[in-house]
Design a binder for this molecule. Sequence first.
Ligand SMILES: Nc1ncnc2c1ncn2[C@@H]1O[C@H](COP(=O)(O)OP(=O)(O)OP(=O)(O)O)[C@@H](O)[C@H]1O
Ligand SMILES: O=P(O)(O)OC[C@H]1O[C@H](OP(=O)(O)OP(=O)(O)O)[C@H](O)[C@@H]1O
Ligand SMILES: [Mg+2]
Length: 291
Amino acid sequence: MKKLLKLGIPKGSLQDATIALFKRSGWKINVNGRSYFPDINDEDIECALCRAQEMSINVESGVIDAGLTGKDWIAEHQSDVHVVSDLIYSKVSAKPARWVVAVAGDSPMNTLEDLQGKTISTELVQFTRRFFKERNIDVNVKFSWGATEAKIVSGLADAIVEITETESTIRAHNLKVIHEIMQTNTQLIANRAAWEIPAKREKIEQIALLLQSALVAGRLVGIKMNVPETVIEKIVSLLPSLNAPTVASLYKSTWFSVETIVDQSMVRDLIPVLIKEGAEGIIEYPLNKVL
Ligand SMILES: Nc1ncnc2c1ncn2[C@@H]1O[C@H](COP(=O)(O)OP(=O)(O)OP(=O)(O)O)[C@@H](O)[C@H]1O
Ligand SMILES: O=P(O)(O)OC[C@H]1O[C@H](OP(=O)(O)OP(=O)(O)O)[C@H](O)[C@@H]1O
Ligand SMILES: [Mg+2]
C-alpha cells in the first residue's frame, strides 16, 4: 500500500549521523544489505536512500516528498524547494561544515584576486563558477570526482573549493585556506506541492519538531544535586539554566534538591565550583529531547 510520505535519507557522509538522529527522535531506520529502501518503524513513511548531491533535485520534482541534505547541494542546484528546518549537524559533529578556497601552504596566493586566470578543482562546480563570476574574477573551474585536496599536491589544480569539517584533510595535504565561501548544514526540505497537502505537511512538521528537539537535547545535560539551606542562594546564582532551576525541599530536612538543564560544554567547569560551594550528591544525566 502507498504510504503517506516518501522521505529521502542522505546516502554517504550524512547517512550515519542522520539515522542516529532519527533514532534519538523515536524512529528506527534499518538499512537492509544492499537495498536503497530502508525500513522505518512508521507506517506513514516510506524511506529511500538518495545521494545528498541529488536529493534536492528529486524533492523539487516530487519523486520524493521530503528529504535531508546539505544546504550546499541545494544551493548548487538552485533548487526550488521548501526549507522546513535547519538541522545543525555534519558528518562527525553537531556543527556546520565550511566550503573553503584552499591553495598550497607555501603558495604566494593569499586572496581571491590572486586566483585570476588560475585553475580551480571542485565538486561544487556551478556554485563556484557563480561565486567567482559575481566578483569578476576569471577562473577555470574543473569538476572533481573527489580526493580534491590531492589535486593541488599533484599539480592538477592551482586551488580547490572543498568542504571541510575538522580540517584534517586540509592539514594532511599542507594546504592553506584563503577564503570561506559558504557555511553548510543539514536541512530538511519538502516538495512545494507536498507541503500544501495538510496530512503530508503535518507528518513533515512532526519529523522536523522531533529531529530538532533531539539535536538540542544532544547539546544539553541535566544536573541534579543536594544543597544545604545555608548556601542555596549562592548555588542557584551559579546555575545557568534554560529557565529558573527547580528547587524542592528534601523531606524532614534543611537541605534542598536542585535540578537544572545546562549546556554540556560547561559542566566540567561548573561541577568543581558547585562542590566547592557546598553542593553534594551531584548527578548528571543525558536528555533525549528538549521541546
Ligand atoms: N565532513 C564532511 N565531509 C563531506 N561532506 C559532509 C561532511 N559533513 C557534512 N557533509 C555534507 O554531506 C553532503 C555530501 O555527502 P556525500 O556523502 O553525498 O558526499 P561525499 O562525502 O563527498 O561522498 P563520497 O565522497 O563518499 O562520494 C554535503 O551536503 C555536505 O555538506
Ligand atoms: O575537514 P575534514 O573533517 O577532513 O572533512 C572534509 C573531507 O571529507 C570529505 O572527503 P570524502 O571522504 O567525501 O572524500 P572525497 O574527497 O573523495 O569525496 C571532503 O570532501 C573533504 O575531503
Ligand atoms: Mg566526498
